[in-house]
Design a protein around this ligand. Structure first.
Ligand SMILES: [Zn+2]
Length: 290
């Protein structure tokens, strides 16, 4: 696309929400059977360096984003948290220990999230309004979690992916913002999908963004913006721009493909994505009255 065409494309589109799930390469749910939580402290951490690189990338494009951050990371890297906030980004909560909500009782879930929210607020001095579940693990069987989030004072969650997937997803969920029954003080903002041939397809980032050519994601986001007049939510992780991270042994071929595919191309793709669309934080896109 020429520079001029890109500018026209950009000015026509809505503002979308850019989000980052701040966790390290060894904390992803796909590795949880291979890397014990009590070994995390002994592994070489790369999250600070990678998140700083993400901050540079956003600064280059004048983009503000929402950083859904693990309490575990915040506790070890308080300077990084202050750096995120000082650069004008929104700090939000990704739980403390990256345990999937499907693996927790309501009490365990509440304790984990409360601890992380408190830590993030103490370090940043800012109220934390948003939450995202580890691996989009809120779905039809545990919608009670949204009620817990409302009780803990969150204004929104972005934890449901309305797609059919082997590890997560609630394909029957609304595709755009909704107020959950029994937790009406909270809004859920599902990760963006594109509707095609009667099915929802992911277009909010993750492995799909690295697997498919960039043009597919660009087409899908533009379609949701132009045809449905809805802002999109895009997410990625700091470890996705780190092709030199240590390689995990003993994982399945599918997990290996999902985690490591095209890491070396990710930064370039993000660069195009940041240039091609307009981006802001979750709070600015969805909570600020227009
Ligand atoms: Zn995560």
């Amino acid at each position: 696309m020429s520079k001029q065409a890109s500018m026209v494309f950009k000015s026509d589109s809505l503002v979308n929400a850019m989000t980052v799930d701040v966790e390290d390469y060894f904390q992803v749910s796909a590795f949880e059977r291979h890397i014990a939580r009590d070994s995390w402290d002994k592994l070489p951490c790369r999250v600070e360096r990678n998140t700083n690189r993400v901050l540079e990338l956003f600064a280059d494009h004048g983009v503000r984003a929402t950083f859904f951050t693990l309490g575990w990371v915040a506790e070890r890297y308080p300077c990084l948290i202050r750096h995120i906030v000082d650069a004008g980004h929104e700090l939000a909560c990704h739980g403390y220990n990256h345990v999937r909500v499907t693996e927790q009782t309501p009490v365990e879930f509440s304790t984990d999230v409360k601890q992380a929210k408190q830590l993030l607020e103490d370090i940043s001095g800012c109220p934390v309004l948003g939450y995202r579940a580890a691996s989009y693990s809120i779905g039809a069987k545990n919608l009670w979690a949204l009620q817990v989030l409302a009780e803990l004072g969150f204004q929104y969650s972005s934890s449901i992916y309305p797609v059919k997937h082997d590890l997560y997803g609630m394909p029957e969920a609304p595709r755009f913002r909704f107020r959950p029954v029994g937790a009406e003080d909270l809004q859920e903002f599902p990760i963006t999908t594109v509707r095609f041939g009667g099915r929802n397809f992911p277009c909010g980032g993750g492995g799909y963004f690295r697997l498919l050519p960039y043009g597919v994601s660009r087409w899908a986001i533009a379609r949701v913006n132009a045809s449905e007049r809805q802002s999109c939510i895009f997410y990625f992780h700091p470890w996705e721009i780190d092709p030199d991270q240590p390689r995990q042994k003993g994982i399945s071929a599918k997990t290996r493909l999902r985690h490591y595919l095209n890491l070396s191309r990710m930064e370039r793709r993000l660069d195009r994505l940041l240039r091609d669309f307009r981006w802001d934080t979750m709070a600015n896109v969805f909570l600020t009255p227009s």
